[in-house]
Design a protein around this ligand. Structure first.
Ligand code: ADP
Ligand code: MG
Length: 251
């Protein structure tokens, strides 16, 4: 379980996130939704220990993220940030290899190579593994970053907008991969998604963030509701019965 208690982050006098109290259950996919600037990335990067908190406590599987040594946390939680800036002359395989760093400090073992190959396979990047990152499309690069995070082999996986740059087919595939990682590998996945219908279809829980606060937390059946979504996003949203469950309609 991931537990946030009275968590606050102040960027300035005008911009403050929290206080947030939130329990994310172990297992399955929990998705953060909400308008731009609501504080989703801030919450995710605090959970992923890449950003300090001003107040409160976050624990992951009982480990306090503010006091547990990074090298230990890196074995239980991995994070894909919204912006990835280290696009250099690295191949896909080299990038994915970085996920193994917490285990080997840069010297890859035979076991590491297997985990790397599995992550590359999982994201269907095998044919591209020798390519440099700057020779990929945005969507291919996005999949390479997700493969890097999966190769870290942690129980908790945080992904900020993993569908960024992905076309329809690859968005569906990515969500299916993530579902499988949750179901078959027992991972706990926390994502930020903009497509509310992907959130509704693939999440076990949805957490709505607005103006720095958690305003809703529930199952897709509870959150996929016209009134709830209209309130969260401040724009008219209808929810209709689709062939595979509720669908949000907005335009
Ligand atoms: P979201 O991911 O929901 O779009 P963010 O967590 O990125 O929202 O941002 C929440 C708020 O905090 C926004 O108003 C944003 O402008 C502000 N913010 C984010 N990062 C910083 C920063 N490093 N310094 C100052 N303000 C920031
Ligand atoms: Mg964000």
């Amino acid at each position: 379980m991931i537990s946030l208690t009275d968590v606050q982050k102040r960027y300035s006098d005008e911009v403050a996130i929290g206080p947030v109290d939130l329990q994310i259950p172990a297992g399955g996919i929990t998705t953060l939704i909400g308008p731009n600037g609501a504080g989703k990335s801030t919450l995710l990067t605090m959970i992923g220990r890449l950003l300090g908190l001003d107040e409160g406590t976050i624990t992951i599987a009982g480990y306090d993220v503010s006091s547990t040594p990074s090298k230990d946390l890196a074995k239980i939680v991995s994070i894909l940030r919204q912006e990835n800036s280290f696009i250099t002359r690295l191949t896909v395989r080299q990038l994915v290899g970085f996920g193994r760093f917490p285990y080997n400090k840069g010297r890859l073992t035979v076991e590491d190579e297997k985990v790397i190959s599995r992550a590359i396979d999982f994201l269907e990047l095998t044919d591209l593994e020798g390519r440099y990152l700057d020779q990929l499309s945005g969507g291919q690069r996005q999949r390479a970053y997700v493969a890097m995070v999966l190769s870290q082999d942690t129980e908790f996986v945080l992904l900020d907008e993993p569908l960024n740059n992905l076309d329809m087919k690859h968005s569906v595939q990515m969500m299916k991969h993530l579902s499988r990682a949750a179901d078959e590998l027992g991972r706990t996945i926390v994502t930020v998604l903009h497509d509310i219908n992907f959130a509704g279809r693939y999440s076990d829980y949805i957490c709505a963030v607005k103006e720095g606060k958690v305003v809703e937390f529930g199952t897709p059946a509870e959150i996929m509701d016209g009134d709830v979504l209209t309130r969260v996003f401040d724009t008219p949203v209808k929810v209709i019965d689709g062939p595979d469950g509720p669908l949000a309609v907005y335009y």
